[in-house]
Design a protein around this ligand. Structure first.
Ligand code: GLA
Length: 389
């Protein structure tokens, strides 16, 4: 049974047990890894993620008899009751259910009028591991609610709605990459997103006989992650204001250097990362189109160096994975992926060298960091979809 169906089955089974009835609607949405284009989405830059074949399922049924919304997590064994018409502060802070409630609340704000609903969610995306488990949860919820309401949003509107839900209800000032990737990805393709006008292009990924993409989860998430993400975003936004542009895409490194006295050291470095990362992302998409994996790998490694040295969002665990990967024969390139401060790194590897490189990286990581990393082979997968029940 594919992963796709496995999480739907788990959610469906838990739903029957908890709510004592059968689901009428189901949907699933994938996690993602970003190949390149990191910390560029929130200033209108380029990103190049893929959806992975780990998914989150949301299944449900309306309940006109009992008022109130209820959602159960099959993974955590927890049921939360919420009122999507209420303000976000009425749900306990930090609750996973805020992602679900936020999506319902945003749909109601758009004028949708769903009846009380019971939902169950189950995820194969590791929670809090930097593979966008939260966007998968929000998008799976939006997709099942679309089916239940018999209405649909455009893909971009749905991504923006899920982003607003995450910002307002979970308090995360995220960009829109993760939601777009969870919705619009196509199997076998990377998704080039221009975050200024939200246009997309599906760029074919190399075939499995040409390259393997492996995700290494550090299995650490540093506590400062959320605060540091918000600080980096604020630094980039201040640089945009000081430089008098709409997006850091409109500036050159020379212009940043010329404005050095008006920018703090952190703002200057963050802006430099974003400018160079946008250039690398465009170049990486070109390399992918022309099948130049060596060039793609070089750009990945340069991206990691910039995230480590200019953006300052890496950490010892991520640097260790990338260092060992870069020293292995057959590795085209490696980098951290996602917001940073823990989570995952990715490596693009020649298939014949994949097993030995993966082993070397995992052993090196264990010896240096004193813990195991998890290894997840990644295949570019399809975005969210309703599932027939
Ligand atoms: C998180 C956010 C995204 C993006 C990345 C960094 O995943 O949710 O919007 O900003 O970090 O590239």
């Amino acid at each position: 049974m594919s992963t796709h169906n496995a999480c739907v089955e788990r959610a469906r089974e838990a739903f029957s047990r908890v709510f004592g009835t059968r689901v009428t609607h189901a949907a699933s949405a994938p996690g993602r890894v970003n190949l390149i284009g990191e910390h560029t989405d929130y200033t209108g830059g380029y990103v190049l993620p893929i959806a992975i074949d780990l998914r989150c399922a949301a299944v449900g049924k309306t309940n006109e008899v009992r008022p109130g919304w209820r959602v159960h997590s099959a993974d955590l064994g927890e049921t939360v009751e919420f009122d999507p018409h209420a303000e976000p502060d009425q749900l306990p802070g930090g609750s996973w259910a805020r992602y679900v409630a936020g999506v319902a609340a945003e749909l109601i704000k758009l004028g949708w009028n769903p009846p009380p609903i019971e939902l169950c969610v189950a995820s194969d995306v590791p929670l809090g591991g930097g593979l966008s488990s939260s966007a998968a949860l929000g998008v799976a919820t939006a997709t099942v609610l679309e089916s239940m309401c018999g209405r649909t949003l455009s893909a971009v509107d749905k991504a923006l709605l899920c982003q607003r839900a995450e910002q307002a209800w979970a308090g995360v000032p995220c960009g829109v990459m993760d939601q777009m990737a969870a919705i619009m990805s196509r199997q076998g393709h990377a998704l080039l997103i221009d975050c200024r006008d939200l246009t997309i292009e599906h760029v074919p990924m190399p075939s499995e006989s040409d390259a393997a993409l492996v995700v290494f989860n550090t299995n650490v998430r540093h506590a400062l992650a959320a605060g540091e993400y918000a600080r980096r975003r604020a630094a980039c936004e201040r640089a945009v204001r000081v430089l008098g542009v709409k997006s850091l895409r409109d500036v050159t490194i020379a212009r940043i250097d010329a404005a050095a006295t008006a920018l703090s050291e952190v703002e200057r470095r963050c802006a430099r990362h974003v400018v160079t990362e946008n250039q690398r992302t465009v170049a990486a998409a070109n390399a992918l189109r022309s099948g130049d994996l060596a060039e793609f790998g070089r750009l990945m490694s340069q991206s990691h160096a910039s995230l480590r040295d200019d953006m300052s969002v890496s950490c010892q665990e991520l640097d260790t994975l990338v260092e060992f990967a870069s020293a292995c024969e057959g590795v085209y390139g490696a980098r951290m992926t996602g917001a940073g401060f823990g989570g995952c790194a990715i490596a693009l590897i020649e298939p014949s060298k994949c097993a030995s490189a993966t082993e070397t990286i995992a052993v090196g990581y264990r010896q240096r960091c004193g813990r195991d990393c998890s290894i997840i082979p990644a295949r570019a997968s399809a975005g969210a979809c309703p599932v027939t029940v």
